[in-house]
Write a protein that binds this ligand. Sequence first.
Ligand SMILES: [Zn+2]
Length: 372
Amino acid sequence: MSWSFKIGSIAGTAVRIHVTFVLFLAWIFVAGFTQNGADAAWSALAFMILLFLCVLAHEFGHIFTARSFGVPTPDVTLLPIGGVARLARIPEAPGEELLIAIAGPLVNVAIALILMVIAGADLGAGRLAAIDSTQVSMVDRLAAVNLFIAAFNMIPAFPMDGGRVLRAALATKLGHIRATEIAATIGQWLAFALGFFGLLYNPILIFIAIFVYLAAASEAQVVALRAISRGVPVRAAMMTQFATLTADEHIDAAIETLLRTSQNEFPVVDDAHRLIGLLGRNEMIRALKTQGPHARVGDAMNTDVPTISHRQCLDEAFRILREKSAAAVGVVDASERLVGLVTSETIGEMLMVSNALPAGARVGPLSRPANA
Ligand SMILES: [Zn+2]
């Protein structure tokens, strides 16, 4: 994740802190200081740090469970809205996903229980409502806030843990894709409700709502794409009709090509038709503006273009596009010659076609079973 830095690692998983999280802690301190003086500021800061240690423990609940199923867990990032543990993949076996999802909230329940039994935390009704009051002891507040984290995360909507629990439960009967669609739809309705309450009561809720909405939408899209692209040879869906540029061409010639095609991304090839770079519309315009019409394409292009073999599957191309945030993936044959291109437009078209396909029909690599 950009704008974050590593502060250490626990059992081989890097712990990263996002810049906004540091700003958030500074803001807590300054706000406490101006309102109630130095003592209150230090105690507010200490509470926030303890709270985020609990969030970190929650994330490691997910991480250790995921690892027991063989899922690599490279890092965890702390943000002001909580922690994000990165899992290399989400297991599709419903039982495994369920255990990984529920492990986080269970850690918080365990922390609350330990605080109550060992440190004598008191969770009387009045105290739960006074989490941000300095009248209540830190142990009580910490126990209450851990129960709150557990309950909030069990809301049955993506991207909350409860959404994953719900999907896993539905997936045993309905399959992974349908279960994801339902959990994502609930997540998006929840986001609307949150946004509405945010408008009325608290603007911070609007930001959380946007985050929930986008996370739910992207989860649904990733799963739908994986479903329609799995096992489809990349040859069957890649673009094969596109203009290419050469490194020695000038930007003015490239812009003529831009104007007479509908492409936004132009592969740059050498004499043997091997892919050596990619020039997007925006970079082309920028080069024209800063270096003039006689700049070389080779100087303006991006040389870090991922490629895959034409024998691989489409879901692999989509995975590379997503993980590298690349504009395009070049498809190359055995002698490294460029034979096709997969871009985000390919993704959009695949999704549109598969949504519009009547039952029992087949178009190119896409088909829909007659009973679905
Ligand atoms: Zn969680």
